[in-house]
Ligand binder design. Structure first.
Ligand code: NAD
Length: 490
C-alpha cells in the first residue's frame, strides 16, 4: 500500500525516538501505518536499522546510572506526571488506537485508562524496591539482600492492545530504575511513539526511553543480541516467543514471555444461563477475539449444553459488526484481511472433520462475523490453535471432571474460567486448572496492572504487573557485613 507524502499531513509522519531526539532512521526508510478498517495508510513511520538500534541501546546504557540513582520519589513523581499527560491527551490517544489497531470505541479508552492506572501503580512501587534481612550465619554477621536495577531492558510488543501492553512493560521497568528500548509491533508503531511523546512531555531525561520501530527481525534480533541489554520482555505469538527464548537463552539473558492461549471457559450445569452466555460472549467477542485471554473454547456440562448453544447463538447473531468508530459496534476489523483467510481455513478444516457452524463463519474484507462452532474435537486444528478472531468452539462435557480434562487438553496455559455456584467444584477447577490465571464466575479476560499476569505451559515464562514485575526487572544481590573478625577454621 503506497501513499505519496502529499496525502499525509506532517503530523502523520513519525520519526524514531532515540536519546530524546526525534529523527529519521539511518537508512532513511519509511513504512506506511495502515488503518485496518479502511486498508489505507494514515501515518508513515521511520524504520530503524541495526545502526539505529545500536544507537538507542547506547543512549539507554548511558542514561542508566543517573536514572537508577534518582530518588524513588523523583521517579514516582515523573511517572505520575506521565499519567497526567496521558489523561490530558486521552481522546487523541483513543482515536489513534482506533485508527491504528481497529479497536472498537469501547476498547480503546479502556487501554488509555489502564495505562494511567498502570503508571500510578508503578509510581507507588518505586518506594518498595527492597530486599530482606536474615539471621546471621556466623557470629557478628549482618546478612541482607538488596534489589538493583538490571540496566537496559528491551521490550518487544504485539499489535493487539498496543498502548496497554507496552505501558505494562515500560512503567515497571522505569519504576525499578531501568532504562528501556521499545520495538513496537510493525502493525501498530504509532502507539509506541505517542507513548514516548507523553514521557517526553512529562520531562523524562534523554535516553531513558527509546522507541525504534522497524523490520521485526532486524530490530528484534539486534536488541536480543546486544550484551548491554540485560533483559528482553516480549509479548506476542508462541512462534516468535520461542525463537526469542532460544536466542536469549543462548546468551544467558533474562527474559519474560507473554504468549498466546486457547483459553477454556467452563459452564457447569448449575450456572445461570443468561449470565453464562453474556460471560462467554464478552470472552470471545471483545476486541473481535484478538485477545490472548479470549475464551476460544467454551465447555458446557451436558445438561445445559443445548440450551446454552441456542442462547449463545442468538446472542452472537445480535452482535453488531462494523465501523470501529461507532460506539454501538462490538466487532470491528481484524488487524489484516489475511487473518480472516487463516480463520476461514480453520473453520473449513473443522467442518470437514464434523463440526457444525451454528452462526457466522463468513467474512467480508477485514470483518469476520461472530462465529460459533459446535462439535469441535481434538482432530481439528481449531481445537488446539489460537484463532485470534471472533470464533468460539462449543464443547460438550459429561461432568465437571470431564470439563476440567478438556480445559487442560491444550499446549497453552494462560487463562481459564468456570461458572458455577458450587464452591467446591469451583475451587477444585481453580486449583487443578493448568493456567496461570483462573477466574470463578467470570470470563477468561481480566487484566489489572497491580496483579501478576502471565501463563504456564506454552503461554509463557514469567509474570508482568505489580510488585512481581518489579522483581522480574531487578537483580537480587546478597550482601553480608562481618562486624569484628570471623573465626576461620585455618
Ligand atoms: P507476533 O509474535 O507476530 O509479534 C509480536 C512482536 O514480535 C512484534 O513486535 C513483532 O514485530 C516481533 N517479532 C516478530 N518476529 C520477530 C523476530 N524474528 N525477532 C524479534 N521480534 C520479532 O505477535 P502479534 O501478532 O503482534 O500478537 C498476537 C499474539 O500475541 C497472539 O498470539 C496473542 O495471544 C499474543 N499476546 C499475548 C499476550 C499475553 O500477555 N500473554 C498479550 C497480547 C498478545
Amino acid at each position: 500500500m503506497g501513499t505519496s507524502d502529499q496525502e499525509l499531513s506532517s503530523a502523520a509522519v513519525r520519526p524514531l525516538y532515540i536519546n530524546g531526539q526525534w529523527r529519521q532512521g539511518s537508512e532513511a526508510a519509511w513504512a506506511d501505518d495502515i488503518n485496518p478498517a479502511t486498508g489505507l495508510a494514515f501515518a508513515r513511520i521511520a524504520q530503524g536499522s541495526a545502526a539505529d538500534v545500536d544507537e538507542a541501546i547506547t543512549a539507554a546504557h548511558a542514561a542508566r546510572t543517573a536514572w537508577a540513582a534518582m530518588l524513588a520519589g523523583e521517579r514516582a513523581a515523573l511517572l505520575l506526571r506521565v499519567a497526567d499527560v496521558i489523561a490530558s491527551r486521552a481522546d487523541e490517544i483513543r482515536d489513534i488506537i482506533i485508527e491504528e489497531n481497529g479497536s472498537v470505541f469501547m476498547k480503546a479508552p479502556w487501554e488509555v485508562s489502564y495505562a494511567i492506572e498502570c503508571l500510578r501503580v508503578a509510581a507507588g512501587l518505586t518506594y518498595f524496591v527492597g530486599g530482606d534481612t536474615f539471621p546471621a550465619s556466623a557470629p557478628g554477621q549482618l546478612s541482607m539482600t538488596v534489589r538493583q536495577p538490571l540496566g537496559v531492558i528491551a521490550g518487544i510488543a504485539p499489535f493487539n492492545s498496543p498502548f496497554l501492553l507496552t505501558i505494562k512493560k515500560v512503567a515497571f521497568a522505569l519504576a525499578a530504575g531501568n532504562t528501556f528500548v521499545l520495538k513496537p509491533s510493525e502493525l501498530t508503531p504509532l502507539s509506541g511513539l505517542v507513548m514516548a511523546e507523553c514521557f517526553e512531555q512529562a520531562g523524562l531525561p534523554a535516553g531513558v526511553f527509546n522507541v525504534v520501530p522497524g523490520p521485526a527481525e532486524v530490530v528484534g534480533s539486534r536488541l536480543v543480541a546486544d550484551p548491554r541489554v540485560k533483559m528482553v520482555t516480549f509479548t506476542g505469538s508462541g512462534r516468535v516467543g520461542r525463537l526469542l527464548a532460544a536466542q536469549a537463552g543462548a546468551l544467558m539473558k533474562r527474559f519474560t514471555l507473554e504468549m498466546g492461549g486457547k483459553n477454556p471457559l467452563v459452564v457447569l450445569a448449575d450456572a445461570e444461563l443468561a449470565y453464562a452466555v453474556d460471560s462467554a460472549a464478552f470472552g470471545i467477542f471483545f476486541h473481535q477475539g484478538q485477545v490472548c485471554m479470549a475464551s476460544s473454547k467454551v465447555i458446557v456440562e451436558a445438561p445445559l449444553f443445548d440450551a446454552f448453544a441456542d442462547a449463545f447463538t442468538v446472542k452472537a447473531r445480535g452482535i453488531r459488526v462494523g465501523d470501529p468508530r461507532d460506539p454501538a459496534t462490538v466487532i470491528g476489523p481484524l488487524i489484516r484481511p489475511q487473518q480472516c483467510h487463516f480463520i476461514a481455513g480453520q473453520i473449513a478444516d473443522a467442518v470437514a472433520k464434523g463440526a457444525t457452524v451454528l452462526t457466522g463463519g463468513q467474512f467480508e474484507g477485514p470483518y469476520f462475523q461472530p462465529t460459533v462452532l459446535a462439535g469441535v474435537t481434538p482432530e481439528m486444528s481449531i481445537y488446539h490453535e489460537e484463532s485470534f478472531g471472533p470464533v468460539t468452539c462449543l464443547i460438550r462435557a459429561e461432568d465437571a471432571e470431564h470439563a476440567l480434562a478438556i480445559a487442560n487438553d491444550t499446549a497453552y496455559g494462560l487463562s481459564s474460567a468456570v461458572i458455577t455456584n458450587n464452591l467446591q467444584k469451583a475451587f477444585d477447577f481453580a486449583l487443578r486448572s493448568e493456567a496461570g490465571m483462573v477466574h470463578i464466575n467470570d470470563t477468561t479476560i481480566s487484566d489489572e496492572p497491580h496483579i501478576a499476569f502471565g501463563g504456564v505451559k506454552g503461554s509463557g515464562v514469567g509474570r508482568e504487573g505489580g510488585h512481581v514485575a518489579m522483581e522480574e526487572m531487578t537483580e537480587l544481590k546478597w550482601i553480608t557485613v562481618q562486624m569484628g573478625k570471623r573465626a576461620y577454621p585455618f
